[in-house]
Design a binder for this molecule. Structure first.
Ligand SMILES: Cc1cc2nc3c(=O)[nH]c(=O)nc-3n(C[C@H](O)[C@H](O)[C@H](O)COP(=O)(O)OP(=O)(O)OC[C@H]3O[C@@H](n4cnc5c(N)ncnc54)[C@H](O)[C@@H]3O)c2cc1C
Length: 376
């Protein structure tokens, strides 16, 4: 075995896929099922629209192209839809801020098209009147995250070990030797930490620090509805919510239809540890904001709600690449609210590091040892 990947979420699955395509033999180990972590609680937005120019946007643009390629080779069940995003501005000040934001993004390669108030009815017939304008982002897309992880993993041909918790990272004089699980040892000269929100614990097992924290999010799922929402639609203030590091409850609804009919309304953000209790306040805010964007949703019934814990790193960038502190240990975790979108590019960067190949973009901003001290 050339590499053991810890984590069968979308990031571990994409890493397995691209590592196998580089000719490496791969094992994936997870303590639960495929997509049983945050991947199974995500929404599947593949967004470039919410990212300001910089390393995360570069990673998202690389990923956007890779998802398009994957959609052509993986079966239909990943529900890839290149539907585009629509960011609406409630007033002139936020429209002006969006213009500046979009100018920076365009220089990085993003397509962003300004739409006047008069065009919004054609773009989204059920949108509430009021927004003074919007920006359309044709590169925004969507997948079904759990299916995407399962299909990537199957297509990788990796040997998959589910229900096996990694309890020890095995090391020797030359560095990493593999991992130990209750089922036995899996030996390889390289181990990838794709354990998402639990990536800090895996780092700890290896004797290094990576300050991954949980950032909780709730999603509302409506009853199946006829197609009411054509794009991914959200208000401009969502962008500042995503970029904020505040621990307090933040909510700005992103509304999207799904092929099966239910409309997904997500997602709140708050840092409350791994607290699984239901927050009526979070759900109330999401419902109110979604109905403000699309008044027709005020009459829709909510089928269910779910929540998950985003893997949050303090500078909002993932940790991707070899850990210089332990030869053979690589990290691919901490993607916060964008891990589905960023998974393929992460997989490509890790595969390049494993194979000693030239990466398609510089992994330097994602260096896993960049946190001088643990802020907890
Ligand atoms: C409400 C919500 C909405 C979201 N919406 C979006 C969205 O629209 N678009 C987007 O891009 N992202 C979204 N995200 C974020 C996205 O879901 C995550 O960034 C992504 O799923 C992280 O994937 P992962 O593979 O790194 O982690 P995970 O899916 O959590 O996988 C990690 C795996 O590691 C396993 N593991 C942990 N410890 C061990 C161990 N010791 N031994 C063995 N296995 C172990 C876990 O069981 C788990 O399966 C959302 C998140 C939430 C909570």
């Amino acid at each position: 075995m050339d590499v053991v990947i810890i984590g069968a979420g979308v990031v571990g699955a994409a890493t397995a896929y691209y590592a196998a395509r580089s000719g490496l033999s791969v094992a994936v180990v997870d303590r639960g099922p495929v997509a049983g972590g945050t991947t199974g609680a995500g929404e599947g937005n593949l967004l470039v629209s919410d990212k300001e120019a910089g390393p995360e946007l570069d990673l998202a643009l690389l990923s956007a192209g890779l998802w398009r390629e994957l959609a052509a080779v993986l079966p239909q069940e990943i529900e890839y839809e290149a539907k585009g995003g629509l960011v609406v501005a409630p007033d002139e000040a936020s429209l002006a801020a969006l213009r500046t934001f979009a100018d920076g993004q365009r220089e990085a390669g993003v397509e962003a098209v300004e739409a006047g108030a008069g065009e919004l009815r054609d773009l989204e017939p059920h949108l509430a009147p009021g927004p003074v304008g919007a920006f359309l982002y044709p590169q925004d897309a969507q997948v079904q995250p759990a299916q995407a992880a399962a299909r990537l993993l199957a297509a990788s041909g990796a040997s998959v070990h589910l229900g096996q918790e990694v309890t020890e990272i095995l090391t020797g004089p030359a560095g990493v030797r593999g991992v130990r699980t209750p089922g036995g040892a899996l030996l390889a000269p390289a181990v990838v930490n794709a354990a998402g929100t639990w990536g800090g614990r895996i780092a700890e097992l290896a004797g290094v620090t990576l300050p991954v924290l949980p950032r909780r999010g709730f999603v509302l799922v409506t009853e199946p509805l006829p197609q009411l929402v054509r794009h991914k639609v959200y208000a401009a203030d969502y962008i500042s919510d995503v970029a904020s590091g505040s621990a307090a409850l933040q909510s700005s609804a992103v509304v999207e239809g799904t092929p099966a009919g239910p409309v997904l309304i997500g997602a709140t953000r708050e840092r409350v540890g791994f607290d699984r209790s239901l927050s009526v306040e979070a759900l109330r805010r999401l419902a109110t904001q979604a109905a403000a964007l699309f008044p027709v949703l005020a009459r829709a019934r909510v089928l269910r709600t779910y929540h998950g814990f985003r893997p949050y790193l303090p500078d909002h960038l993932p940790a991707i690449g070899p850990d210089p502190r332990i030869p053979g240990l690589l990290h691919a975790c901490g993607h916060e609210g964008a891990g589905i979108g960023l998974a393929p590019a992460t997989g490509v960067l890790i595969a390049a590091a494993l194979a000693g190949a030239q990466p398609p973009l510089s992994p330097a901003p994602f260096r896993p040892d960049r946190f001088a001290e643990d802020p907890r």
